[in-house]
Design a protein around this ligand. Structure first.
Ligand SMILES: Nc1ncnc2c1ncn2[C@@H]1O[C@H](COP(=O)(O)OP(=O)(O)OP(=O)(O)O)[C@@H](O)[C@H]1O
Ligand SMILES: [Mg+2]
Length: 380
């Protein structure tokens, strides 16, 4: 009769294409029950936005199909987002598993548009997502969501984020009086406001917090990088931006501060012909890919230049909400999945580092022990 060891051996041939590790040692097999040839378990993916969810499930089914003695097989697929940042800081943000800063070398490349639509794309996969508009001088998220000022309240000395389309949103634009003043604020005040938005907000449990940054390498991006541990930075470029290499300046600053670069998304990368669906790279093709190779950053996707994306932002009706089946929404969805996958990769490396730190601490005192996570299994 088939045993649990045989099942786990088969399952350990299934490799997560992003994490390059087998699903058993990653601890993705939960609640395994094997009873008289009837097998049941849960496959727990590292994110609901996993770009390879279908492939991994198929591989699991194929691996199990190889076991001829099984009478019945019941598979449940769920996801639990991994922690892509160190949570043991005392800043009060321990309930936020991943923080993603969205940056660019120059202004107007579409950071806010991309931040908002990516946040919605992640949220639509089932993840819990927050959006922090950190552009204190020129907050644009409220407008892009069709929201008015006064949408945020304070309770027990904590800001309560607005809840819109299932996203938790905080923006300086919600404070009407103050936001008119922002232009005259200087470094320390601006940094203080951002710190408050980060740590004095009741974010509750979030899988991903997207932080829409102002362009360049000023006080706000610097404060984000230095206040709390973040998962990494997503760089938004346009084909023209790439030609002048301005994006690289932003990348260098974050690298110097030891903040990981999650990757690059090229916005307004091409135009999709409405008649024939052909892609036209009107500003030149492959610029962001080239830059990502040169600077060893993952290339995470390209978003078309599309009037629907622009009018969605202008009218406060993001395209991910109004036209989720459009090619533009599909492009955001694809990029969002790649970003989530990169966050899982960063999280997995973090786990390894912590495990090796832990085992080197223990090895001072006692013989080394295996630190690979074990699946939770029960046999009935
Ligand atoms: N893919 C796109 N297709 C068409 N228009 C776009 C696209 N992305 C952004 N836009 C438009 O470009 C303009 C600038 O976008 P956005 O405000 O998102 O840029 P930004 O990088 O956040 O700017 P800033 O640096 O000022 O914060 C907006 O009018 C927006 O609607
Ligand atoms: Mg912006």
């Amino acid at each position: 009769m088939v045993g649990i060891d045989q099942v786990l051996e088969k399952l350990s041939t299934v490799i997560d294409p992003d994490l390059k590790k087998d699903i058993v040692s990653m601890g993705m097999i939960k609640d395994l029950e094997l009873n008289d040839g009837n097998l049941k378990f849960t496959l727990e993916l590292t994110t609901p936005a996993c770009p390879f969810n279908v492939e991994i499930e198929d591989d699991v089914r194929k691996a199990i199909a190889d076991i001829s003695e099984l009478k019945n097989f019941d598979l449940k697929v769920t996801a639990k987002v991994m922690e892509g940042r160190s949570l043991d800081d005392d800043t009060g943000m321990a309930t936020v598993k991943n923080i993603i800063g969205v940056a660019s070398g120059k202004g107007g490349v579409g950071k806010s548009t991309v931040s908002l639509n990516l946040a919605l794309a992640l949220q639509q996969t089932g993840a819990k997502v927050g959006l922090l508009d950190a552009d204190i001088y020129g907050p644009s998220i409220p407008l892009m969501l069709g929201m008015k000022d006064g949408s945020m309240e304070v309770e027990d000395n904590k800001l309560q984020p607005a809840d819109v389309h299932g996203l938790k949103v905080v923006s300086f634009g919600f404070f009407a009086d103050q936001s008119n003043q922002a232009a005259i604020y200087r470094g320390p005040i601006i940094s203080g406001i951002l710190k408050q938005f980060l740590v004095d907000t009741n974010w509750s449990d979030l899988d991903y917090l997207i932080v829409d940054l102002p362009p360049g390498t000023g006080d706000i991006p610097l404060t984000l990088a230095q206040t709390i541990p973040i998962t990494g930075i997503l760089v938004v470029t346009t084909p023209q931006d790439v030609a002048s290499y301005v994006a690289v300046k932003a990348v260098s600053m974050f690298e110097k501060l030891n903040v990981p670069i999650i990757g690059v998304v090229e916005n307004m990368s091409h135009f999709v012909c409405p008649n024939c669906d052909d892609k036209h790279y009107i500003f030149g093709e492959g610029g962001a890919k080239k830059i990502s190779e040169q600077f060893k950053m993952p290339f995470l996707g390209e978003i078309p230049l599309n009037s629907g994306i622009m009018s969605g932002s202008d009218l406060g009706k993001p395209i991910m909400m109004t036209n989720p089946d459009s090619p533009s929404a599909e492009a955001f969805r694809k990029s969002a999945k790649n970003i989530a996958a990169q966050c899982s990769i960063i999280a997995s490396k973090l786990q390894e580092e912590m495990a090796s730190e832990g085992s080197s601490e223990t090895s001072d005192k006692e013989p080394t022990t295996e630190s690979t996570p074990e699946p939770t299994t029960t046999q009935t």
